[in-house]
Design a protein around this ligand. Sequence first.
Ligand SMILES: Nc1ncnc2c1ncn2[C@@H]1O[C@H](COP(=O)(O)OP(=O)(O)O)[C@@H](O)[C@H]1O
Length: 194
Amino acid sequence: MIAGAPASGKGTQCELIKAKYGLVHISAGDLLRAEIATGTDNGKQAKEFMEKGQLVPDEIVVNMVKGRLLQPDAQEKGWLLDGYPRSYSQAMALETLGIRPDIFILLDVPDELLVERVVGRRLDPETGKIYHLKYSPPENEEIASRLTQRFDDTEEKVKLRLQTHYQNIESLVSIYEDVIVKGKWKYHGGRCIR
Ligand SMILES: Nc1ncnc2c1ncn2[C@@H]1O[C@H](COP(=O)(O)OP(=O)(O)O)[C@@H](O)[C@H]1O
């Protein structure tokens, strides 16, 4: 499992871990955005909470993630769960099924950097690649012209998302204390380096 504030680098680390260990990457946020994109009832309800930077209710999220975790590819190759659990009750839903991570990675990045990263973050809808206008700009004009921004990647909304994150993270740390690994980073030009 990997946890961290919005834009703490979960997506980037997940790509590296997935490539190295061949795990199935399951991102709760991506699953929710897929529900929104296909226009399901769950997606419509979820969007209201996501727009406020709040957690989507367990009724929607828990079964969605459980269902994905139990699919054959994740069972066979192992999984890397990103953005779930985000609360005590979500963690307990997995504990009651006997689902525990071998490792719980917690990324720790100062808030000032997070806000700057979120506000400059852009997505290439064609390739799925994430850019940052300042730290990782698009390679050419063609890509630059098609970049999109997540609807919740504004300064106002990231502050709410950060509050939600800090309210919940302590309870997760206590549940996974025995398997936690904290990223210790130095910061350089908006990026984390070892
Ligand atoms: N496990 C979860 N439980 C409830 N809501 C979630 C969960 N994961 C994601 N969300 C919702 O989706 C939004 C975006 O999540 P995510 O893509 O992981 O981005 P970030 O962590 O960068 O905010 C969150 O602000 C929240 O509203």
